[in-house]
Design a protein around this ligand. Sequence first.
Ligand code: GLU
Length: 454
Amino acid sequence: MMTATVRFAPSPTGNIHIGNARTALINWLFAGKHGGRFILRFDDTDRERSKPEFAANILRDLAWLGIRPDRVERQSLRAAEHARAAEALQGRGLLYACYETTEELERRRRRQIGRGRPPIYDRAALRLGDDGRAALERQGRRPHWRFLLPNFESDPLAPRRTELRWRDLIRGEQVVDLASMSDPVLVREDGSFPYTLPSVADDIEFGVTHVIRGDDHVANTAVQIALFRALGAEPPQFGHHNLLTLASGEALSKRLGSLSIASLAARGYEPMAVASLAVLIGTSLAVEPCRDLAELGARFDLAAISKSPARFDVGELDALNARLVHALDWPAVADRFPPDAFDGRGAEFWPVVRENLAFAGEARDWWERLVDATPLIAAEDRDFLKQARELLPDGPVTTDTWPRWTAALARASGRKGRALFLPLRQALTGMAHGPEMARLLPLIGRERILARLS
Ligand code: GLU
């Protein structure tokens, strides 16, 4: 058996968003499950829009998610291989020169639609013959090159219904009629390659066994399978997952910065909150926070992906994030804070505060509030708080101090419940809500307790 090899093939024309992360993660988890390899292939043949800094950002964002590609490739460095693939097709008579301008093609399309026919390229260029082509070349026209789809018996000018089938790893049996589409342009007038040929040539060259990508590519797949065969290769298996949309139903786009992985990272989300949501949303599986990619991989299954789009809801991300943060241990977060953070008592403070946090970084705000608290004292509580000051148990302040202290105070003042606890909390923390007082007290310390009660 060949090693399972997958690829994630972003075009570095912007920062990747949570929808792209979904594709990357699904591939990564699939490779992990099958002991396979993950290739990051930058589809950067669009020279104008591709930028090296976007490629660098994609690597950084994947690393943030926990994805470390086994191999990184750039299509822009492989033009010679793509040209060789084009020559191989030419040699087999499967690539033909066309001279129509965009305007001519557009006119022809409109005419076809006007006559109620599907706007499929009619292969008029095949009728040109050597003389016709030479005449056009003399006028200064340069050809673009189309792939002759295998949808005819012996005469390409008489295409007929030709079903191409594949068993999609996610969508099940798929059928496309190759006579329902135009021969795709594989080489442009300037000799550059649109996405189709480089993608297939590279998938062959890198031994890609499984192409898993968004279902916006389903329409490309029939052509690509035909192209694999034309190049003498066994097509890989294909799987097309549903796409994420905004709550409004609008597609995610690279131009929409807010859901970029970089901005989610900058806002302090846990990578595993983003990864858990990106993978589990739009599946039949429960959207639960997983602690690491291994746990997510064990839970995930391609067959669980739904066929309809999945709506991204930032509220769901917030909830997952909070649940992950509440379960994080101090060693897992310690290196996110400077060594002198929390007066060096992070190991003590973190477990006390974590359940109050939506984001791990908020621990710093809580600490500041704790050490700089301005006591909140109502006039009618002054005597009670004076009494509290006198009854604070002697000796070091520990987690036992609070129950002993408030029991004594209840007996002495006759107060109980809210009337007993709230004035103390407000005087000691300046807030009406927060972490458990018994555990906060040792962190506030005797000196601050006494100062805030006077
Ligand atoms: N560059 C293409 C994209 O960004 C890759 C599609 C594919 O995976 O083949 O959608």
